[in-house]
Every structure is written in structure tokens, then in C-alpha cells.
Design a protein. Structure first.
Length: 163
């Protein structure tokens, strides 16, 4: 049984499945566009759905990640270590480059379709750098659009990406 059959068996539409996958950390639109196409969606439709879905978590991450981290720190040593790992990821070398270049740095960070980049990590970095929502969302949105275009062109076979 392939993925398309599994999705139709459980009653999730191809577009909805693509949308949900695009909202997942790590996978994001980089995995959702090829999955949507594999499910039978046209590239343009998989791209639009994936870009919209990929943007959904960003404002919530920016608004609530610090509160969630504070709450997790109080729960257990394991949770405290997880928060420390997230903070290190969100304030490391990549984050410093984003801080220096702000708009364009955050946009490029989100746009580059490599593992560990994307809207989730971009929103985390923005939150940890105390960027306001109105300053963080435009470069994240633009980065998602660029990444969506690059991944769509790669999925369609127009360009070739080396990973």
C-alpha cells in the first residue's frame, strides 16, 4: 500500500494531508511539496498549500515559545536540557548571522532549503532574539515563498538541488 492509498483509506484529502505535513517541524514545505505531488496534486497546488501551511506555526512560535520554554524548564531535568538545546540552536552561529543581517538574514535563513533551516527554526531564532512579530513575520513569509519556489522547481525537475 502506498501513501496515496493510505491517505484515501483514512479519509484525509490530498490537499489536507499536504497542508498538515507542511506544518510539521523539520519536514515543513521541503517535504510537503514532493509529498503533495506524489499524492497526485499539481506542483503549483502542492506549493501553494505547503507555503500556506508552513507559515501557520510561525506566529505562534514567535508569540509563545518563550512562555513554553519557561514552563518546560520547571518540569524536569530532561525538559530543562531540551530547552537548553533549543536555546543553543536558536542563539548559535546561525542566529548571530541572522541578528547582524536582521531582515535579509532571517529571510535567507528560512529560504535556504537545507535541513535545520525553515520557518520553524526562523521563528524560533526570531523569538530568542526578541524580534517583534511585525519585524519577524515579513522576512519569514518571504523566505517561505522563496523556499517554496526553489523546492517546487526542484520537484518539477526544472532545477537540481544537491543535498
Amino acid at each position: 500500500m502506498d501513501i496515496a492509498e493510505m491517505i484515501s483509506d483514512i479519509g484525509i484529502g490530498r490537499g489536507l494531508a499536504t497542508l498538515v505535513v507542511s506544518m510539521l517541524p523539520v519536514i515543513e514545505l521541503r517535504g510537503a511539496i514532493p509529498i503533495g505531488v506524489g499524492l497526485g496534486l499539481p506542483v503549483w497546488q502542492a506549493a501553494v498549500i505547503s507555503m500556506l501551511g508552513n507559515i501557520v506555526p510561525a506566529p505562534f512560535i514567535i508569540a509563545f515559545v518563550r512562555t513554553l520554554m519557561d514552563w518546560l524548564r520547571k518540569r524536569s531535568d530532561r525538559a530543562r536540557r531540551f530547552v537548553a538545546w533549543l536555546e543553543a540552536k536558536g542563539t548559535g552561529k546561525k542566529a548571530e548571522k541572522v541578528r547582524q543581517a536582521e531582515f535579509w538574514g532571517l529571510m535567507l535563513f528560512v529560504a535556504i532549503p537545507f535541513p535545520g533551516t525553515g520557518a520553524w527554526t526562523g521563528a524560533l531564532i526570531a523569538a530568542l532574539l526578541n524580534m517583534r512579530m511585525r519585524r519577524a513575520l515579513p522576512p519569514i513569509l518571504l523566505g517561505v515563498l522563496v523556499a517554496g519556489l526553489v523546492v517546487s522547481l526542484a520537484t518539477a525537475g526544472v532545477i537540481r538541488l544537491i543535498f
